[in-house]
Ligand binder design. Sequence first.
Ligand code: UT7
Length: 326
Amino acid sequence: MKIARIAGTGRGVPDKVLTNADFERMVDTSDEWITARTGIKERRISSDDEALSDFAIPAAQRALEMAGIEGSSVDLVIVATVTPDTSFPATSTQVQDAIGAVNAAAFDLSAACTGFIYGLGVAESMIQTGAVETTVVIGAEVLSKIVDYTERSTSVLFGDGAGAVVLRADEGERGLLGVAMHSDGSLGHLIDRPVGGSRRPLTKERADGDRGYIRMRGNETFRVAVRSLADVSNEVLDKCGVSPANVDWFIPHQANLRIIDAVGQRLEIPEGRTYVNVERYGNTSAASIPIALDELNRDGKIAEGQLVLLSAFGSGLTWGASLIRW
Ligand code: UT7
């Protein structure tokens, strides 16, 4: 059977930075609280005239450039996001056009912070069946567009950006060794955006009150996140017959440093092998893992043949993990 190998990575993030000091001037919070509770120091925030594709497109272009692949060779473009440019057409079609992927199918995938892992799972299956050979999987989010900046408990958490990988069908042993994906809709109320869909469309009246912002029950979410991230990571490791001690890099979803530390401890990932950049980006949802992966890759920190474990959790609820031989 073919294996889906990562042939290139890329990222695109806004220039504008919002620091904890900026938030001290906007809401009743402090650098001390944000740092102690989340580990976040700053996040990248899009400007009013920027949208998702402004970051998804450069991320995809950089990944293709690294892979040395022309857009015309791409068979499939997946954009995992809950903040597309427009509800339709799908933002993936904007990316498809911009990268010259004239032979590709394109669709958006909605699985919130787990979206990139879901995207890898779909792409891997399609590569294994021979349906496609080359795919671009992008995790991208501009959550700042749906965050209430007068509300301290959610506004300080989120940031914008995009990360991408090029996956190619290969014959060797390097590539995705396994993917696990789960969901539990009974806990959908823990993180949601109740206004702005077909249940409660964003009317003018509603826009004056509830503007279709993200809501999150942080404390309950925290507990489920730690358990789910650890369980699904163990599941994919078991499936691949790999012990946590043999993981070279662990890249968990970057939502909160305390969650990352707790999951690393539960899994017993050896010291120094967990990648963390939440202090510079905040929680970028579907973009967090591919941005981190691209940073590690471009810094030359992942050696050929190393084992990289990715694991994510988010609204839905959804959670998933993937193990890669680099
Ligand atoms: O990416 C999808 C998955 N998302 C997650 O995994 C997020 C999971 N949850 C979390 O990361 C944490 O629950 C938060 C960072 C969101 C909150 O941390 P916490 O330690 O769970 O705090 P809390 O919500 O229990 O709030 C503690 C106190 C409250 O005050 P009282 O009621 O104790 O007086 C909050 O009002 O902290 C207060 N608070 C703040 N204070 C200063 C909440 N936000 C802030 C703030 N600055 N920004």
